[in-house]
Design a protein around this ligand. Structure first.
Ligand SMILES: Cc1cc2nc3c(=O)[nH]c(=O)nc-3n(C[C@H](O)[C@H](O)[C@H](O)COP(=O)(O)OP(=O)(O)OC[C@H]3O[C@@H](n4cnc5c(N)ncnc54)[C@H](O)[C@@H]3O)c2cc1C
Length: 268
């Protein structure tokens, strides 16, 4: 069993930023950062604007996991998932073995919400939350012309813009009645919509998908308000929920930390 002073679970912005700051404070502390993904360092906003340039996921990597490990003098374990936490023993069970820690930090981010959609959409609905998702979606989009974005928040609207700029015929379906309804006043929402409409984006406001039929690789969608549209691929950008893995444990750890009963386990 390996032992580290600090074990960080998650190689996103939170995990790597923490490792960087800890290293500044203490050059000798042993730090291990594990991640269920490649642990390569990249900026998430690039996931929604690399598309128009048809960049591959590898083009978005700013530093590899090995480069990050060397730069921060930490150990980085890619494709290593935390499966079970034993806070009493200060141990994490992973798919690569047991790790002993003095301090544990969970920086596992959030996972895309998965809507329950009609069976005909199966295999045609994608969410993009990391490099692997990005690469899959890029592959799926090859030889397609029509893409529908579900959701008109930051990620949905960024994607609508990027996909339209890449030459796709884009439709946006959302429950709200303007882009970025949570962030922009109606006048600015209207302006943004005009800009996107000029790029060819079509909006279906105040609706969601009620039914779907697939025929000759065309997905015919029926919306809750009775309107219909045809698409070939759906990008779901309807929000995020806490990462499922370790969730219950994370909530319990947070509770214990708040109550002062455990000083070695942290979660963002
Ligand atoms: C397409 C897109 C565009 C965005 N654009 C913007 C923007 O313009 N501006 C902005 O402020 N924010 C933006 N965001 C949001 C922002 O990027 C995120 O809030 C931020 O990256 C979250 O960082 P994080 O480190 O908390 O989580 P993440 O980056 O999600 O990292 C979580 C890490 O935990 C790992 N992990 C999860 N579970 C386990 C487990 N059980 N074991 C091991 N490892 C695990 C994952 O593999 C991953 O490495 C965007 C997000 C997306 C998806």
């Amino acid at each position: 069993m390996t032992h580290y002073h600090t074990l960080i679970v998650g190689a996103g912005y939170a995990g790597y930023s923490l490792a960087k700051e800890l290293r500044k404070l203490d050059p000798d502390r042993s730090i291990c950062l594990i991640s269920s993904d490649s642990a390569d360092y990249y900026s998430k906003p690039l996931l929604s604007n690399g598309f128009s340039k048809q960049k591959n996921a590898s083009d978005l990597v700013q530093k590899t996991a090995a480069q990050m490990a060397a730069e921060l003098h930490i150990e980085v374990w890619p494709y290593c998932s935390a499966e079970q936490i034993k806070p009493e023993l200060h141990q994490v069970l992973t798919n690569k073995g047991l790790i002993q820690y003095q301090q544990l930090v969970l920086a596992t981010g959030a996972s895309p919400v998965k809507l329950l959609l009609p069976a005909a959409t199966e295999g045609l609905v994608w969410s993009v939350n990391d490099l692997a998702d990005y690469q899959h979606f890029l592959q799926q989009s090859q030889n397609k012309q029509k893409i529908t974005v579900l959701g008109a928040g930051l990620v949905g609207i960024e994607y609508a813009n990027d996909l339209a700029a890449a030459g796709f015929q884009v439709s946006v379906i959302a429950l709200e009645h303007q882009p970025l309804a949570q962030l922009l006043p109606p006048a600015l929402g209207e302006l943004l919509q005009q800009q996107l409409t000029a790029l060819g984006v079509e909006f279906y406001w105040g609706a969601s998908i009620k039914d779907a039929q697939l025929a000759q690789q065309q997905l015919h969608l029926q919306l809750t308000d009775g309107r219909n549209l045809t698409t070939e691929l759906i990008l779901s950008a309807v929000g995020k929920a806490k990462a499922a893995a370790c969730d219950a444990r994370r909530d319990r750890l947070r509770q214990r930390y708040k109550s002062g009963s455990d000083s070695g386990n942290f979660s963002r």
